[in-house]
Write a protein that binds this ligand. Structure first.
Ligand code: UDP
Length: 482
């Protein structure tokens, strides 16, 4: 083995079990009984077999976050579940990023997906073959996540494993780019025992119906992003980071980090590019949290607020919240979109400008980032997600779980989560007036906002937590003779 191949051994991510009971306790009686019964079946079905998950990163991004939570619960249910991460090099990741963008229907770097790319892709995955063969035994179940791992399907099938490939990306309509990406991936994934997509529409048409499974993502109610915070804690976090008016100097806010250590929310100033004064403590907040990506249309949310909300609701403030991308070289589009928003903000009349806040949440500490986002979402009177496209829209799920009233674009996975008028309000994302009016309606009627928020939380409890997600996996393993 060459040194380079040695470097491509799989990395195993160590995880501690999470008590399944704490999840079960959140569920209504019937749902928890159902879940317990399914867990019992899983223990029987999987017995001495291992369930492997393979992806390309141990932290950062929705897939890693979801794996962390689900694997910990599976371990808590005494199902031997492991997590392996493949190693690639920059050309490999440039190629898989291209596939990622294409599958979203976006041109990305516009690069080719020809024979050279196949050789590059296959070579990296072939370097993992011997390690895979040493670890995985016949009868084990392997979940391969996203395009980065697709090239392991055949070697794992040869090793006698049940192989499931899951694609967390997708676009509503097929385009030249989605077609190209699927042409590239087809030969790697078509022998998998099952192919899993977030929505049926995301599957290419050559996937045989009996191999196609639809499994939506879920959130973990105990993660730092979603855990309960009472209004006093929310206020203290927001004051510490300069997003609520500062009272007296107070004790630092501490919280348990993912590694179990005690962590502190750092004092920040200057997280806002916009207004220098934070919103008053009693101002109703309209909030959108997302990456600085054109498809999330932060700029359109600003216009919807300034043109259709600000005058009617003179106390309301808008927070556009995204990661701190300033100076981050690997997200040039993010920095550009943020800069455009700042320029748009600078043109606003004084009285509206002081009520629009562009918030950059630091990314150097993901635990702190998560708890700040949690506090902001909880403080919102209305959460907006006016995206033009959305694979699933975890920010919507997160806001719904927090009982927030949501106004969101009727695109991608969002209508799977929200029945308009029941769990939130859906709008055409190109209709800024409709978006503004929906926000105004909720600001004017807090009782309605509360009842939509309550229904939203119930909807997440029944559909988008780990019990539903794990149950679907277990059912699938059973079907595959797993
Ligand atoms: N997010 C975050 N900090 C930010 C902006 C976003 O932690 O400053 C998180 C957000 O809470 C959500 C995820 O990034 O968990 C975004 O997932 P989503 O499915 O909404 O959209 P994507 O970014 O995958 O298109």
């Amino acid at each position: 083995m060459t040194t380079e191949q040695m470097a491509r051994r799989l990395h195993e991510v160590p995880l501690a079990p999470a008590p399944l009971e704490r999840l079960v306790e959140l569920l209504p009686a019937e749902q928890s009984q159902r879940f317990r019964a399914i867990i019992g079946k899983a223990q029987e079905l999987l017995d001495d077999r291992v369930v492997w998950n393979v992806n390309s990163t141990a932290s950062g991004g929705g897939v890693a976050e979801m794996l962390q939570a689900l694997i910990a619960y599976a371990l808590g249910a005494e199902v031997d579940t492991r997590w392996l991460v493949i190693h690639g090099d920059p050309p490999f990741f440039a190629l898989t990023k291209r596939l990622h963008n294409f599958l979203h229907g976006s041109p990305g770097d516009g690069g080719p997906l020809g024979p050279e790319e196949h050789s590059l892709y296959s070579a990296v995955l072939e370097d993992h073959h011997s390690d895979v063969q040493q670890r995985v035994r016949p009868g084990d179940v392997v979940l391969l996540h996203d395009p980065q791992t697709a090239g392991l399907v055949d070697v794992l099938r040869e090793a006698g494993a049940v192989v499931i490939w899951r694609c967390h990306i997708g676009a509503d309509q097929s385009t030249e780019h989605t077609e190209q990406a699927w042409d590239f991936l087809r030969r790697y994934v078509e022998n998998a025992d099952a192919l899993v997509f977030t929505r049926a529409q995301y599957a290419p048409d050559w996937v045989a119906p009996e191999r196609l499974q639809v499994i939506a993502p879920s959130i973990d109610p105990f993660s730092l992003k979603n855990c309960e915070l009472d209004p006093v804690e929310v206020d203290r976090i927001l004051r510490t980071v300069g997003l609520a008016p500062n009272g007296r100097e107070e004790e630092p806010v501490t919280f348990p980090g993912r590694d179990g250590s005690s962590r502190t929310v750092r004092r920040h100033s200057g997280l806002t590019d916009g207004a220098s004064e934070p919103p008053p403590a009693d101002a109703p907040l309209v909030v959108q949290v997302s990456r600085w990506d054109r498809l999330k249309d932060m700029a359109g949310v600003m216009t919807a607020f300034t043109d259709h909300v600000a005058e009617t609701h003179a106390q309301a403030h808008l927070l556009l919240v995204g990661p701190d991308v300033s100076g981050v070289a690997d997200d040039p589009e993010g920095a550009e979109v943020l800069a455009e928003c700042v320029a748009q903000w600078a043109q606003l009349p004084d009285d509206v400008r002081r009520r629009v806040h562009l918030v950059r949440v630091p990314m150097d500490d993901l635990d702190e980032n998560a708890i700040i986002v949690n506090a902001i979402q909880r403080r919102a009177a209305v959460v907006v997600q006016k995206s033009f496209a959305e694979g699933f829209g975890l920010t919507v799920t997160e806001a719904m779980w927090k009982g927030r009233a949501v106004v969101a674009g009727a695109v991608g996975g969002i209508p799977d989560q929200i029945d308009s008028g029941v769990h939130g309000i859906l709008v055409d994302p190109r209709d800024l007036q409709a978006c503004g009016e929906a926000v105004c309606g909720l600001l004017a009627d807090p009782d309605r906002a509360r009842s939509l928020g309550d229904a939203a939380r119930d909807r997440v409890r029944s559909q988008f937590l780990g019990d539903r997600h794990l149950s679907q996996y277990i059912k699938l393993f059973g079907q595959l003779g797993g």
